[in-house]
Design a protein around this ligand. Structure first.
Ligand SMILES: Nc1ncnc2c1ncn2[C@@H]1O[C@H](COP(=O)(O)OP(=O)(O)OP(=O)(O)O)[C@@H](O)[C@H]1O
Ligand SMILES: [Mg+2]
Length: 679
């Protein structure tokens, strides 16, 4: 099914017509009967199976949601089958839309059940939360739907089981269906059967990844039928909505970033002295943007500072104004969950108390209605056309901020700007332009792969772009020691620095893991999800380069990447390599590349199926064998990697069956040569 990519590879080796020292090459073969395929064949001449150019299979960590309708059978007994079908169709339409709205993908609809995947074909860093929140929404949608149907007297409810783990995803042989296979799917199905009607059970692997916004209680260690081990099972109780955090974890000492802190201190002094400024901090996930800003703001050189701090959410946020609304909410010191009917009166009192409005101030009503609108509640602004209400809000916010700057410097701090709606960006541009003569600091943090019209290109007196680079070795050592303790050896620090590439989040998490289990080389699930999501956002041409590089190793010549792409019949553009370097995924040194962090290589490599890894290692070995300058041990490494994979998964099309013998011969040769040269 997926041999097409490698078919081209093998064809190239054969076309070169070079006598290989070891016969690693093989013709492309049929996915169904494994017999050789002629070049360009559309059907296998031996068994007639179609040769499909389908999306490659991948290994992915996914969260599987199994939802089953309870009450369906009783319904079928009482209602006409046509009515039942229409009812179920309408209910499913709502449920599927819930799944899609949280970024999931419906894998199958099985009569009265739905299977959905979160994390494939595209991963998000918070797929576990998304899956659970989608499940909660599905229960709610179904109950609302049932309530609206006059002729339904019996209950129609869902049981939902959710589990997370590694699966193989890809097209089902001979069809265009995309699905996931793996034990994690069976466990999710089993959890679904255990869950009560209207309930959601999640496996431990999902619970570990879920954020603390998801309230759950331990059900038990359950013997999942047909499996040897028990599985810890949790029941989802609800969601604890909190104002999003604008502070990152502070339980470790802050290291490095001295230049950035000095620069921020100078900018803040200028703002405290009456100037306005825009600072845009950018960097990859976990590079320390939130932490840097929150540390720096603590040192703001003015006592009467007004800080508005908001954060943008990646999904599930219906209110585009939410980052501004949360900032205001905090400022007004309102408790979350105030009932809407009390909010208007409460807001009036707060405005008078905190913002020095008079009770009969004509601006007071505008303030209250504008605030209600920002928070997503009905307000007078709903009665005017959207373009006008937007303009009214912009004016209200700009005026409000101007009013605050009369009392002292103001900081507007918006985190995670990469997820901001375009309206928020327009609003920031308007604020920057309109209040350029006020003591106002707009400070934002954004991931550096985001494409935003921010910060404003021109026209602002002080604009600072502040990209965050990885930590230096010495800074990383301090961070690792703060986690592991004084027992952290230089060797451990070196190893963690290499693996993390100096990213503070990666470093902290890997160090925590090393502390708990010094011999483990596992990758924390949350890191894998974060990196997988980042890799999935890359355009195909760049992603292929990284995937190929992950097979080649931690570093190598750029020329090898271009050759690899040619073998795979992939387009290759040098500028993609440069973009990958600009984005901090790889580093370039003359004509060589290297992965900036090993964890990125690990995730890219783990995503390839073992079959594809085996094919690519074998292919790499056979191509390298042509080159007189490539050391024998490198060729042997690739052949041996292919052999190991085949030992795990059995014969693979495109890889010689005697690869193990060949790998042994190559390793023996490599060893002999190193002895010969006295290495
Ligand atoms: N300079 C630093 N010294 C010590 N710890 C740091 C430093 N920078 C970041 N950290 C820690 O690394 C983790 C990630 O940092 P932070 O949340 O600030 O990253 P971020 O760039 O905001 O990531 P994201 O893009 O996901 O929002 C946190 O636990 C933080 O405390
Ligand atoms: Mg952050």
């Amino acid at each position: 099914m997926t041999i097409v990519t490698l078919a081209s590879h093998d064809a190239v080796v054969v076309r070169l017509g070079v006598d290989l020292p070891y016969d690693l090459r093989m013709m492309a073969s049929c996915a169904s009967c494994l017999l050789p395929l002629p070049d360009q064949a559309r059907f296998c001449p031996s068994c007639g199976h179609e040769v499909m150019a389908v999306a490659a299979e991948e290994r992915r960590v996914v969260t599987v949601v199994f939802a089953d309708l309870v009450g369906y059978t009783a319904l079928s007994e009482h209602l006409d089958p046509e009515r039942v079908k229409r009812l179920i169709d309408a209910a499913f339409e709502r449920l599927i839309s819930d799944i899609n709205s949280f970024g999931g993908r419906v894998d199958k609809v099985l009569g009265d059940g739905i299977v959905a995947l979160f994390g494939a074909p595209v991963a998000h860093e918070d797929d576990a939360d998304r899956a659970i929140r989608a499940a909660m929404q599905m229960h709610e949608s179904l109950s609302r739907f049932v309530h609206d149907q006059a002729d339904l007297d019996g209950p129609l409810q869902l049981r939902i089981g959710i589990n997370t783990g590694e699966v193989v995803v890809g097209s089902v042989s001979g069809t265009a269906d995309y699905t996931a296979m793996g034990d994690v799917v069976n466990v999710a199905a089993r959890l679904q059967t255990l869950a009560p009607p209207n309930g959601t059970f999640i496996g431990d692997s999902t619970s570990v990844l879920a954020s603390d916004e998801i309230v759950r209680e331990l059900v038990d260690d359950v013997d999942v039928r047909g499996r040897s081990q028990t599985e810890r099972v949790w029941r989802v109780v609800g969601r604890q909505r909190r104002l999003p955090s604008v502070v990152s974890r502070r339980d470790r000492p802050f290291v490095g970033r001295a230049t950035q802190r000095e620069l921020l201190a100078s900018v803040m002094t200028m703002v405290a002295g009456g100037r306005s400024a825009v600072v845009s901090v950018s960097g990859e996930a976990g590079s320390g943007k939130t932490r840097l800003v929150s540390e720096a703001l603590e040192d703001f050189p003015s006592r009467n500072l007004t800080l508005f701090a908001g954060v943008c959410a990646p999904y599930g946020e219906n209110n585009v104004w939410s980052p501004i609304a949360t900032a205001l909410f905090r400022r007004l010191d309102l408790a979350a969950g105030v009932p809407p009917d009390q909010l208007r009166a409460l807001l009036r009192n707060k405005a008078v108390e905190l913002y020095a409005f008079d009770h009969d101030d004509s601006q007071l009503d505008r303030f209250v209605e504008g605030t209600l609108h920002l928070m997503g509640y009905p307000s007078d602004l709903d009665r005017i056309a959207p373009a006008q209400s937007r303009e009214a809000l912009f004016t209200y916010i700009v005026d409000g901020l101007r009013r605050r700057t009369a009392a002292g410097p103001v900081v507007l701090w918006i985190d995670d700007l990469q997820w901001a709606d375009v309206l928020i960006i327009e609003l920031l541009q308007r604020i920057a332009r309109s209040l350029a003569d006020r003591p106002l600091l707009i400070i934002t943090a954004q991931r550096d792969d985001a494409d935003l019209a921010w910060p404003p290109a021109v026209d602002h007196p002080i604009t600072v772009r502040m990209p965050l680079d990885p930590l230096e070795r010495g800074e990383a050592a301090r961070l690792v020691t703060s986690v592991v303790g004084d027992t952290a050896t230089e060797a451990l620090i070196d190893q963690l620095y290499e693996r993390s590439g100096g990213n503070p989040l990666f470093l902290t998490e890997l160090a925590e893991l090393a502390k708990a289990n010094p011999t483990s080389t596992a990758l924390p699930g949350s890191l894998r999800a974060l990196i997988a999501a980042r890799l999935d956002r890359l355009p195909t041409s760049q992603r292929s380069i990284l995937d190929n590089a992950a097979v080649l190793g931690a570093s190598g010549p750029i020329d090898a990447l271009s050759k690899f792409a040619a073998e795979m019949h992939q387009d290759f553009d040098d500028s993609d390599v440069e973009i990958l370097a600009d984005d901090g995924l790889i580093e370039l040194d003359g004509s060589n590349w290297r992965f900036r962090s090993d964890v990125v290589r690990e995730v890219a490599y783990q995503t390839l199926t073992k079959l594809v890894r085996a094919q690519r290692h074998a292919g790499t070995a056979s191509v390298m064998a042509h080159s007189p300058i490539i050391p024998m041990d490198q060729i042997a490494h690739h052949a041996a990697s292919a052999a190991e994979l085949i030992a795990e998964i059995g014969p693979v099309p495109g890889v010689a069956v005697n690869i193990t013998d060949q790998a042994v011969a190559l390793l023996r040769d490599a060893a002999r040569r190193s002895i010969d040269v006295g290495a």
